[in-house]
Each structure stands twice: as structure tokens, then as C-alpha cells.
Design a protein around this ligand. Structure first.
Ligand SMILES: [Zn+2]
Length: 101
């Protein structure tokens, strides 16, 4: 599945910042999600999650990061994995809302 990393990361992010992620079951699911994501992306994710918390993963709208509201260069933000981008300004993880439908 092309966008598997994105949906797994979105689920991991949801668990990290919700009560569901604090349960034994939630922790197991987090471990499972982390095992499905490449270590390089996971490393970057943990850095931004520590810095920005819940807004470490935000949608991109009209080529603008909805975390820092900086418009991305015309060449676009850096694509880390299919459907996962990184804001060139604040380094938050970005995704297109259409990709998660
Ligand atoms: Zn940004």
C-alpha cells in the first residue's frame, strides 16, 4: 500500500497524544506502528513531536504549512515518504488531507 507509512504515522501520532495511547493496548499498538515506520522517519518524527507536541503532524493547505503558516517553496516541501512531507521552515510533518480519506 502506497500510503501505508502515512496512515501508520497518523495513527501513532493520534495514540501519542490521546488517552487511548496510555493504556497497555495502546502502548502495544504504538510499538507495532513504530515497527512499521523506517527508523529515519521515526527519528525525525520524535524530534518534531518533542518540539511541537500535538501539532507535529499537520495538514498542508494551499501549499502552506498549517503549523507555522509559511508557504512552501514552489518546488514543494521535502517528501520523506509517499504522502509525508516536511515543512521547509518549522520541520513539522505535513500531509495532504486528501491522502488520509
Ligand atoms: Zn511549518
Amino acid at each position: 500500500m502506497l500510503l501505508h507509512t502515512l496512515s501508520t504515522l497518523a495513527r501513532l501520532h493520534e495514540l501519542n497524544f490521546s488517552k487511548a495511547g496510555e493504556t497497555v493496548k495502546g502502548n502495544l499498538e504504538k510499538k507495532h506502528c513504530e515497527s512499521e515506520i523506517s527508523s529515519e522517519i521515526l527519528k525525525q518524527y520524535h524530534i518534531v513531536a518533542e518540539r511541537y507536541g500535538k501539532t507535529a503532524l499537520v495538514p498542508i493547505q494551499k501549499n502552506t504549512c498549517t503549523g507555522c503558516f509559511i508557504t512552501q517553496p514552489r518546488t514543494g516541501p521535502k517528501e520523506l515518504a509517499p504522502g509525508i512531507y516536511q515543512c521547509t521552515h518549522c520541520r513539522r510533518f505535513l500531509f495532504s488531507p486528501d491522502d488520509l480519506l
